[in-house]
Design a protein around this ligand. Structure first.
Ligand code: NOJ
Ligand code: CA
Length: 694
C-alpha cells in the first residue's frame, strides 16, 4: 500500500516535472522586469501559456496595475495577440536634462530606464512587433512598434485593446469620451459607477458623438490608500486618439480608438510605425501629478532650431464682448466688434498695461453666412471686412509694442481651411503676425471624420507644419488634446480642449461650477497648456449666467492654469480704475521654475512659479465651493533676497455667488522662511506677487 502510494506520488511528480519542462520550452515563463531609477515603480512583462503578452505595474513594491494584456485587430490580417515568443530584449538607461524654450520651468530632468521587447509569432505569418516600456520615478510609458512585413507597406488598424486592470474601485474624475468634443463638465465617481452612455445626449456644443461607455484622457483617479494615477497618451502623431472604455465588472479599462466612419477604421499606418505612448502617472500626492513631466519626457526632443520669433505674452481681445452679447462677429449685425477704431482702443489699453497681444475675432468675411449646413467655402482667411483695416491695425499695434494675434475660425470646414492654409499663413508671415488662434466649431467636413480621428490628428500637424514654415505659433480651440508634442514642435503654444471661461458667459446650465478648475488642474492640465482665458472682473453676465468664482480666484488663475499666452479676457472698461488689475499687469507668463505647494483633486490647489529673467515669484491658490484656510510657507524664495509682496486675498465676506468682488489688497515685505495663513472664500482664491526688492 505504502509503496503504491509512493509510486503514485513519484508518477505525479515526474509527470508534473515534464509538464513544467514542456511548458517552459513551449511558452517561455521568462519574466522581464524593469524598475525606475529610484526603484519605486516597476513593470513586469511575460507571455502566458497561449503566448499572449501581459504586463503589470508595481508602485512601492505593491501591485498598482494587475496583469493586463494587449491586442491589435486589423483589416485583412488576423489579430495580433497570441502565439508569440520573445525574440529579443534590449535595455537602456537615460539620465539627462533638457531646456524648454518657454514653459512651466526652464530645465527638465529626464531620467528613465527602458526595455524594448521584440515579440514574434511562432506560426505563419510570423509577424513581429516590439513593445517599449519606459519606467520613470513618476510613472510609466508603453508604446508599440509595428515592424516591416513582406509585401505589406501599410497596416489598417481597426482596434487596439491595451488593457489597464485596476486593483480597486478607485475614485475617478472623468469626462465622457465624446469623439467631437472635450467641453463637458468633470464628474466625480467610483470607477464602477462611471456611466457615460447616460450622458449620450449631453450636447454642450453643436457637435457631439458619444458612442461607448468610455472616458477621455487624462483620466485621473485616487486609490483607497491615497495613491494618484493619471492615464493619458504622449506623442499622438499620425494615429487615432485613445479613449478608455470602462469595464466596470472587471475594474479594468481598454483603449478604444476614435474611428473614422469615412474609412471604416481607426488608423492606417505606414510600416514601420510607432504608436503614441500609453502613459500612467503614478504618484503619492495629488500635487505631484502637476509637477510631473512624464508626458513631455515621453516626447521627442525639439525638431525646431529656433522659435525665438514667438514670445510668451498676455493678450486682450475683441472677444469677450461678443460672448457677452455686446457686439457680434458678423459685419451685417447691429454692432460689428472687429472694426479698426475698436482695435486701436484695445491696443491703447494693452500698451498701457504691459500686455503684449491683441486677438481680433470676426475680422474676416464669412461670419453672417455661417450656418450648420452652409460652411464649405464660406470663410476666407485673408479678406477683412470693410470696416477693419488689417494692415493699419497691425502697424498701429507695432508702434505701441502690441502684436496682433490672427484668428482663423474654420467652422470645421476643414477641407476649405486646408485649401487656404498656405495663403492664410503667408499673410501672417507678411504682416509678421507670429501666432494664430484656430477654431473648429461644428461637425467635421469631410463627413465621417471626428474631431479626434486620425485624419484630424494629421490635420492639426499640417497646421503646425505650416506654422513652422511661416513662423506662426498655434493656439487651437476645439482641438485635439495636447499630448506633449510642444516639446518636439514648440510652436504648439496652447489649446482649449475643455469647458473654458466662455461657458460662463452663455452656457444653458449657468456656467462652470466652482469645483471645475480645481479638477481641471489635476486632469486636463496634465496634458499641456490651456487657453482658459481668465480675468473676468464683471461677474454678472445675465439673469442666468455669471462667473462662479471670486475676483481673487480670477487673479490666481494666471498662476494656477499654465499657458504661455494668457488672456485678460474682460473689457477694458471693466478693468480701468480697478486696483486688482495691477496683478494681471505684473504677473509673468514664462517660468524659470514651478513649485506645486499643495492640493487635492477637485478641492483646491496652490502653485508658486518663478518668472524667467526677473526671477520674481508669483503665487496662486484656488478652492472649490468650500471655504478653507491655507497656510503658506515661503521657503521657495531665494535665501539672500527680500521680496515686496502684494497680496490679493478674498475679503472676509467674499463669496462666489453673493459677493465675488470682495477683495483685500495688502503690501508687505517677505523673505524665505516666512509663513502666513489665509482663508480662501467659497469659490475663492489668493494671488500674490513677490518682486525682488532692489
Ligand atoms: C469657439 C472658441 O472657443 C471661441 O473662443 C471663439 O470665440 C468661437 N469659437 C468663435 O470662433
Ligand atoms: Ca470653444
Amino acid at each position: 500500500m505504502n509503496n503504491l502510494r509512493k509510486n503514485k506520488y513519484n508518477f505525479f511528480w515526474i509527470f508534473g516535472f515534464f509538464i513544467t519542462i514542456f511548458s517552459c520550452t513551449k511558452t517561455e515563463q521568462t519574466v522581464i522586469d524593469l524598475k525606475s531609477p529610484s526603484e519605486n515603480i516597476g513593470i513586469e512583462f511575460f507571455l502566458k501559456s497561449d503566448g499572449s503578452p501581459n504586463y503589470l505595474v508595481k508602485f512601492n513594491n505593491q501591485l498598482i496595475i494587475d496583469t493586463s494584456a494587449f491586442k491589435f485587430e486589423f483589416e485583412g490580417q488576423s489579430a495580433f495577440n497570441k502565439g508569440l515568443r520573445i525574440a529579443k530584449v534590449s535595455k537602456k538607461s537615460v539620465s539627462e536634462t533638457w531646456e524648454m524654450p518657454w514653459g512651466e520651468q526652464r530645465v527638465v530632468a529626464n531620467n528613465y530606464n527602458e526595455v524594448v521587447i521584440k515579440l514574434k509569432e511562432r506560426q505563419a505569418p510570423k509577424r513581429s512587433l516590439s513593445i517599449y516600456f519606459r519606467v520613470y520615478d513618476d510613472g510609466i510609458g508603453l508604446r508599440y512598434e509595428f515592424h516591416e512585413q513582406e509585401s505589406v507597406d501599410s497596416l489598417v488598424i481597426t482596434d487596439e485593446k491595451t488593457t489597464f486592470k485596476l486593483l480597486g474601485n478607485h475614485t475617478c474624475w472623468w469626462t465622457p469620451a465624446d469623439w467631437d468634443c472635450y467641453e463637458h463638465l468633470y464628474r466625480t465617481s467610483k470607477f464602477s459607477d462611471i456611466d457615460v452612455l447616460s450622458l449620450k445626449n449631453e450636447h454642450t456644443l453643436a457637435q457631439s458623438h458619444i458612442p461607448f461607455n468610455a472616458v477621455h484622457t487624462p483620466f485621473t483617479m485616487r486609490t483607497e490608500s491615497g495613491v494618484h494615477l493619471s492615464f493619458h497618451e504622449a506623442a499622438l502623431v499620425d494615429y487615432a486618439s485613445m479613449t478608455l472604455e470602462i469595464d466596470a465588472k472587471n475594474l479594468a479599462m481598454n483603449s478604444k480608438l476614435v474611428s473614422s466612419e469615412r474609412f471604416g477604421y481607426a488608423a492606417k499606418v505606414k510600416l514601420p510605425f510607432k504608436t503614441p505612448w500609453r502613459s500612467i502617472q503614478i504618484v503619492e500626492k495629488a500635487k505631484d501629478l502637476i509637477a510631473s513631466n512624464l508626458i513631455l519626457n515621453l516626447n521627442e526632443p525639439s525638431k525646431v532650431k529656433d522659435v525665438s520669433w514667438f514670445k510668451p505674452m498676455k493678450y486682450v481681445g475683441i472677444w469677450w464682448e461678443m460672448h457677452v452679447g455686446k457686439s457680434s462677429w458678423a459685419y451685417k449685425s447691429k454692432v460689428h466688434g472687429a472694426n479698426t477704431k475698436n482695435a486701436k482702443k484695445y491696443i491703447d489699453f494693452a500698451a498701457k498695461h504691459n500686455i503684449g497681444g491683441l486677438l481680433v475675432e470676426g475680422w474676416n468675411t464669412g461670419w453672417e453666412d455661417w450656418t450648420s449646413d452652409g460652411r464649405e467655402g464660406i470663410f476666407d482667411f485673408v479678406t477683412p471686412y470693410p470696416d477693419y483695416n488689417l494692415e493699419e491695425v497691425v502697424k498701429y499695434g507695432r508702434q505701441k509694442g502690441v502684436e496682433i494675434i490672427m484668428h482663423n475660425e474654420t467652422a470645421s470646414a476643414v477641407t476649405t481651411y486646408e485649401k487656404q492654409l498656405d495663403t492664410a499663413f503667408k499673410l501672417m508671415n507678411k504682416l509678421q503676425i507670429h501666432s494664430v488662434k484656430t477654431g473648429y466649431v461644428g461637425k467635421i467636413i469631410p463627413k465621417g471624420e471626428y474631431h479626434h480621428s486620425q485624419w484630424m490628428v494629421n490635420h492639426h500637424m499640417r497646421v503646425v507644419q505650416a506654422g513652422l514654415k511661416y513662423q506662426v505659433a498655434i493656439n487651437a480651440h476645439e482641438p485635439i488634446k495636447p499630448t506633449g508634442l510642444r516639446r518636439t514642435y514648440p510652436n504648439i503654444i496652447s489649446r482649449e480642449g475643455l469647458r473654458g471661461q466662455e461657458f460662463n458667459a452663455w452656457a444653458a446650465d449657468g456656467g462652470n461650477p466652482p469645483e471645475h478648475l480645481p479638477i481641471v488642474a489635476f486632469t486636463r492640465m496634465l496634458a499641456g497648456p490651456i487657453d482658459f482665458t481668465p480675468g473676468v472682473f464683471k461677474f454678472k453676465i445675465s439673469e442666468k449666467n455669471s462667473i462662479n468664482t471670486t475676483l481673487a480666484q480670477q487673479l490666481a488663475l494666471y498662476v494656477v492654469i499654465y499657458s504661455p499666452i494668457q488672456m485678460a479676457c474682460d473689457l477694458p472698461e471693466n478693468y480701468e480704475g480697478n486696483p486688482a488689475f495691477q496683478f494681471i499687469s505684473d504677473v509673468g507668463v514664462d517660468w524659470e521654475q514651478t513649485k506645486v505647494l499643495d492640493g487635492e483633486v477637485g478641492d483646491y490647489v496652490c502653485i508658486a512659479r518663478q518668472e524667467r529673467n526677473t526671477l520674481n515669484w508669483f503665487l496662486g491658490a484656488i478652492t472649490d465651493e468650500n471655504s478653507r484656510p491655507i497656510n503658506i510657507k515661503f521657503d521657495f524664495l531665494d535665501e539672500s533676497k527680500e521680496y515686496e509682496a502684494t497680496i490679493y486675498k478674498d475679503a472676509e465676506n467674499a463669496h462666489w455667488k453673493n459677493n465675488p468682488t470682495g477683495l483685500v489688497i495688502e503690501k508687505m515685505l517677505l523673505k524665505k522662511g516666512d509663513e502666513k495663513s489665509f482663508v480662501l472664500a467659497t469659490g475663492g482664491g489668493l494671488a500674490i506677487s513677490l518682486k525682488i526688492k532692489k
